[in-house]
Design a protein around this ligand. Structure first.
Ligand code: SAM
Length: 257
């Protein structure tokens, strides 16, 4: 895998304004409805562990798995920086959500958050990743993932964006240039980062192309069934009702068939 490598070093800075706690509060609110006694969480595609931290702070033990070595390193660094009573609820391990099996370990929630499932491109990869989530569920366990919603992507196509983040030491400018491939229902997001050292003026560049798949509800239903899951909620992230043509970010909660 060639994504989330050098880019991982700057990931937390780029997303320092992202409301991870708010997202976790939303997931916890769905859990309170779907599985009120849920405690343990498997965070697949956990990245640098920001959701895991918020879950651990809320009292939930979390195991985070990520394919990217640098992202898992970031997650372990995060854990070290936290107070012991929170850090003790967090475990991170490098692994591939498409095939990892944690022997003897089962969870009340298996989640893919912030579009981690969308990095699985072929039907087989998506089904395998969902089957991994399914394989790690306790009885009554829930799978929850968010995804790029096809109708939203088609009605409001992704655009080139620039994001700038500054600290005392560096100025990071990230240009994201998307390009949609209608044949595979994917968008390649070309990230171009420039990192300027404020003291020396030196500039470093990082380029990564991330291919992300968007999904239609009918596909999600088919993939869930193939993975031994049945949907219980497919809704706009943070909202209610059927996802509409304007909804880009949709979540699905499912249970074992
Ligand atoms: C957009 S990032 C989200 C990371 C984290 N959930 C967050 O919210 O910050 C997607 C993550 O999914 C991970 N990922 C993609 N495919 C994966 C796979 N097959 N197995 C494990 N991790 C995967 C990537 O390495 C990356 O860290």
């Amino acid at each position: 895998m060639t994504v989330f490598q050098d880019y991982a070093r700057y990931y937390d800075l780029i997303y320092r304004d992202k409301d991870y706690k708010g997202e976790v509060d939303f997931v916890i609110s769905r859990l309170a409805f779907l599985h009120p006694t849920a405690r343990t969480i498997l965070d697949l595609g956990c990245g640098t562990g920001a959701h895991a931290e918020a879950f651990a702070e809320a009292g939930f033990p979390v195991t985070g798995i990520d394919l990217s070595g640098p992202m898992i390193k970031g997650a372990k660094r995060r854990r070290k920086s936290l107070p012991e009573d929170i850090a003790k609820r967090m475990v991170f391990r490098r692994g591939d959500a498409r095939n990892i099996r944690l022997e003897g370990k089962r969870f009340d929630l298996a989640a893919f958050l912030f579009h981690s499932l969308c990095y699985q491109i072929s039907d087989e990869e998506v089904i395998n990743a969902l089957a991994t989530a399914r394989a790690h569920l306790n009885p009554k366990g829930v799978v929850l993932f968010d995804f790029w919603h096809g109708p939203g992507v088609l009605s409001k196509p992704p655009e080139t964006r620039e994001k700038r983040v500054q600290t005392d030491d560096v100025i990071i400018t990230r240009i994201s240039e998307p390009s949609r491939d209608a044949k595979t229902n994917t968008v390649v997001v070309n990230y171009d980062l420039s990192i300027e050292d404020i003291k020396t003026g030196a500039v470093a560049n990082i380029k990564e192309a991330h291919r992300v798949r968007y999904f239609f509800k009918e596909e999600i239903l088919r993939f869930l069934a193939s993975a031994g899951l049945t949907p219980v909620e497919i809704r706009p992230w943070g909202g209610a009702g059927e996802p509409g043509a304007d909804d880009w970010n949709v979540y699905c909660a499912a249970r074992a068939l």
